[in-house]
Design a protein around this ligand. Structure first.
Ligand SMILES: Nc1ncnc2c1ncn2[C@@H]1O[C@H](COP(=O)(O)OP(=O)(O)OP(=O)(O)O)[C@@H](O)[C@H]1O
Ligand SMILES: [Mg+2]
Length: 145
Protein backbone atom coordinates (compact mmCIF):
# COMPACT_ATOMS: atom_id res chain seq x y z
CA UNK A 1 0.00 0.00 0.00
CA UNK A 2 1.18 3.48 -0.87
CA UNK A 3 0.27 6.67 1.00
CA UNK A 4 0.32 10.20 -0.36
CA UNK A 5 -0.46 13.62 1.04
CA UNK A 6 -1.82 16.27 -1.32
CA UNK A 7 -2.08 19.96 -0.46
CA UNK A 8 -4.48 21.11 -3.19
CA UNK A 9 -7.08 19.77 -5.60
CA UNK A 10 -4.51 20.20 -8.36
CA UNK A 11 -2.08 17.88 -6.58
CA UNK A 12 -4.82 15.28 -6.20
CA UNK A 13 -5.51 15.51 -9.94
CA UNK A 14 -1.80 15.10 -10.72
CA UNK A 15 -1.74 12.03 -8.46
CA UNK A 16 -4.70 10.62 -10.40
CA UNK A 17 -2.94 11.37 -13.67
CA UNK A 18 0.22 9.53 -12.60
CA UNK A 19 -1.82 6.62 -11.25
CA UNK A 20 -3.62 6.32 -14.61
CA UNK A 21 -0.44 4.96 -16.19
CA UNK A 22 -1.10 1.68 -14.38
CA UNK A 23 -4.56 1.21 -15.85
CA UNK A 24 -5.33 -1.23 -18.65
CA UNK A 25 -8.52 -2.22 -20.48
CA UNK A 26 -10.76 -3.87 -17.88
CA UNK A 27 -9.11 -2.23 -14.85
CA UNK A 28 -11.41 -1.48 -11.91
CA UNK A 29 -10.67 1.33 -9.46
CA UNK A 30 -12.74 1.41 -6.26
CA UNK A 31 -12.60 4.94 -4.82
CA UNK A 32 -13.86 5.59 -1.31
CA UNK A 33 -13.80 8.49 1.17
CA UNK A 34 -16.19 10.91 2.84
CA UNK A 35 -18.08 13.65 1.03
CA UNK A 36 -15.68 16.23 -0.36
CA UNK A 37 -12.45 14.33 0.19
CA UNK A 38 -11.62 14.56 -3.53
CA UNK A 39 -12.81 11.34 -5.17
CA UNK A 40 -14.08 13.21 -8.20
CA UNK A 41 -10.92 15.32 -8.47
CA UNK A 42 -8.76 12.18 -8.41
CA UNK A 43 -10.90 10.61 -11.14
CA UNK A 44 -10.81 13.81 -13.20
CA UNK A 45 -7.03 13.62 -13.11
CA UNK A 46 -7.19 10.03 -14.36
CA UNK A 47 -9.62 10.87 -17.15
CA UNK A 48 -7.68 13.85 -18.42
CA UNK A 49 -4.47 11.84 -18.52
CA UNK A 50 -6.21 9.02 -20.40
CA UNK A 51 -7.20 11.49 -23.08
CA UNK A 52 -10.91 11.80 -22.35
CA UNK A 53 -12.02 14.81 -24.34
CA UNK A 54 -13.61 17.81 -22.67
CA UNK A 55 -14.51 18.49 -19.08
CA UNK A 56 -15.29 15.49 -16.92
CA UNK A 57 -18.34 16.44 -14.90
CA UNK A 58 -19.25 14.96 -11.55
CA UNK A 59 -21.77 12.24 -12.35
CA UNK A 60 -23.76 13.03 -9.25
CA UNK A 61 -27.11 13.00 -11.01
CA UNK A 62 -26.41 10.49 -13.72
CA UNK A 63 -24.68 7.64 -11.82
CA UNK A 64 -22.72 6.54 -14.91
CA UNK A 65 -20.83 8.80 -17.31
CA UNK A 66 -19.33 7.00 -20.27
CA UNK A 67 -16.34 8.38 -22.14
CA UNK A 68 -14.19 7.29 -25.02
CA UNK A 69 -10.48 7.65 -25.17
CA UNK A 70 -8.37 6.90 -28.23
CA UNK A 71 -7.70 3.45 -26.76
CA UNK A 72 -10.74 2.38 -24.72
CA UNK A 73 -13.97 3.20 -22.96
CA UNK A 74 -13.91 4.84 -19.54
CA UNK A 75 -16.84 4.55 -17.14
CA UNK A 76 -17.08 7.00 -14.25
CA UNK A 77 -19.64 5.51 -11.89
CA UNK A 78 -20.92 7.33 -8.78
CA UNK A 79 -22.90 5.11 -6.43
CA UNK A 80 -23.73 7.84 -3.90
CA UNK A 81 -27.44 7.67 -4.69
CA UNK A 82 -27.63 3.92 -5.03
CA UNK A 83 -29.29 2.15 -2.14
CA UNK A 84 -29.83 -1.48 -3.07
CA UNK A 85 -28.44 -4.42 -5.00
CA UNK A 86 -31.47 -4.18 -7.27
CA UNK A 87 -30.51 -0.64 -8.27
CA UNK A 88 -26.92 -1.72 -8.85
CA UNK A 89 -28.09 -4.48 -11.19
CA UNK A 90 -30.45 -2.08 -12.94
CA UNK A 91 -27.73 0.38 -13.82
CA UNK A 92 -25.74 -2.43 -15.37
CA UNK A 93 -22.73 -2.36 -13.06
CA UNK A 94 -21.94 -6.01 -13.70
CA UNK A 95 -21.77 -5.40 -17.46
CA UNK A 96 -19.43 -2.45 -16.98
CA UNK A 97 -17.23 -4.47 -14.62
CA UNK A 98 -16.94 -7.44 -16.95
CA UNK A 99 -16.27 -5.32 -20.06
CA UNK A 100 -13.06 -4.01 -21.56
CA UNK A 101 -13.40 -0.46 -20.39
CA UNK A 102 -11.87 1.13 -17.32
CA UNK A 103 -14.28 1.44 -14.37
CA UNK A 104 -13.71 4.31 -11.94
CA UNK A 105 -16.18 3.91 -9.08
CA UNK A 106 -17.00 6.52 -6.41
CA UNK A 107 -18.65 5.26 -3.20
CA UNK A 108 -17.49 1.82 -4.29
CA UNK A 109 -18.21 0.35 -0.85
CA UNK A 110 -21.90 0.42 -1.84
CA UNK A 111 -21.14 -2.27 -4.42
CA UNK A 112 -18.76 -4.31 -2.31
CA UNK A 113 -20.32 -7.64 -3.27
CA UNK A 114 -20.12 -6.87 -6.98
CA UNK A 115 -16.50 -5.81 -7.29
CA UNK A 116 -13.93 -8.14 -8.81
CA UNK A 117 -11.27 -9.37 -6.44
CA UNK A 118 -8.54 -7.91 -8.65
CA UNK A 119 -8.80 -4.16 -8.46
CA UNK A 120 -7.24 -0.97 -7.21
CA UNK A 121 -8.48 0.49 -3.94
CA UNK A 122 -8.11 4.24 -3.48
CA UNK A 123 -9.07 5.66 -0.08
CA UNK A 124 -9.18 9.40 0.58
CA UNK A 125 -9.25 11.08 3.99
CA UNK A 126 -9.21 14.66 5.17
CA UNK A 127 -5.81 15.76 6.45
CA UNK A 128 -4.74 18.34 9.00
CA UNK A 129 -5.11 21.46 6.85
CA UNK A 130 -8.30 22.50 5.05
CA UNK A 131 -6.82 21.56 1.67
CA UNK A 132 -4.82 18.57 2.86
CA UNK A 133 -5.85 15.07 1.86
CA UNK A 134 -4.37 11.69 2.76
CA UNK A 135 -4.68 9.27 -0.15
CA UNK A 136 -3.91 5.57 -0.01
CA UNK A 137 -3.59 3.40 -3.08
CA UNK A 138 -3.50 -0.38 -2.99
CA UNK A 139 -3.50 -2.93 -5.77
CA UNK A 140 -5.35 -6.11 -4.88
CA UNK A 141 -4.27 -9.03 -7.01
CA UNK A 142 -6.41 -12.13 -7.21
CA UNK A 143 -4.46 -15.21 -6.25
CA UNK A 144 -5.69 -18.15 -8.34
CA UNK A 145 -6.90 -21.03 -6.17
N1 LIG B 1 -5.98 18.24 -1.60
C1 LIG B 1 -7.19 18.27 -2.17
N2 LIG B 1 -7.55 17.28 -3.03
C2 LIG B 1 -8.77 17.28 -3.60
N3 LIG B 1 -9.73 18.19 -3.37
C3 LIG B 1 -9.41 19.21 -2.53
C4 LIG B 1 -8.15 19.29 -1.91
N4 LIG B 1 -8.13 20.40 -1.14
C5 LIG B 1 -9.32 20.98 -1.28
N5 LIG B 1 -10.11 20.28 -2.12
C6 LIG B 1 -11.50 20.62 -2.43
O1 LIG B 1 -12.31 19.56 -1.95
C7 LIG B 1 -13.38 19.33 -2.85
C8 LIG B 1 -13.32 17.89 -3.36
O2 LIG B 1 -14.45 17.69 -4.16
P1 LIG B 1 -14.76 16.34 -4.90
O3 LIG B 1 -16.02 16.57 -5.65
O4 LIG B 1 -13.58 15.87 -5.65
O5 LIG B 1 -15.02 15.37 -3.65
P2 LIG B 1 -15.76 13.97 -3.67
O6 LIG B 1 -15.01 13.11 -2.73
O7 LIG B 1 -15.93 13.49 -5.07
O8 LIG B 1 -17.17 14.34 -3.04
P3 LIG B 1 -18.58 13.59 -3.21
O9 LIG B 1 -18.61 12.51 -2.16
O10 LIG B 1 -19.58 14.66 -2.93
O11 LIG B 1 -18.67 13.04 -4.60
C9 LIG B 1 -13.25 20.34 -3.98
O12 LIG B 1 -14.07 21.46 -3.68
C10 LIG B 1 -11.77 20.72 -3.92
O13 LIG B 1 -11.53 22.04 -4.35
MG1 LIG C 1 -17.62 13.02 -6.19
Amino acid sequence: MESYTTLSEGETMVLGAKFSERLRPGSVVAVTGDLGTGKTRFIQGICEALGVGGHVASPTFTIVNEYRTPRMGVYHIDLYRVNSSAEIRELGLEEYLSGNGICLIEWAERAAGFLPRSRYEVVLDFGKGADTREIRIEEIVEVPA
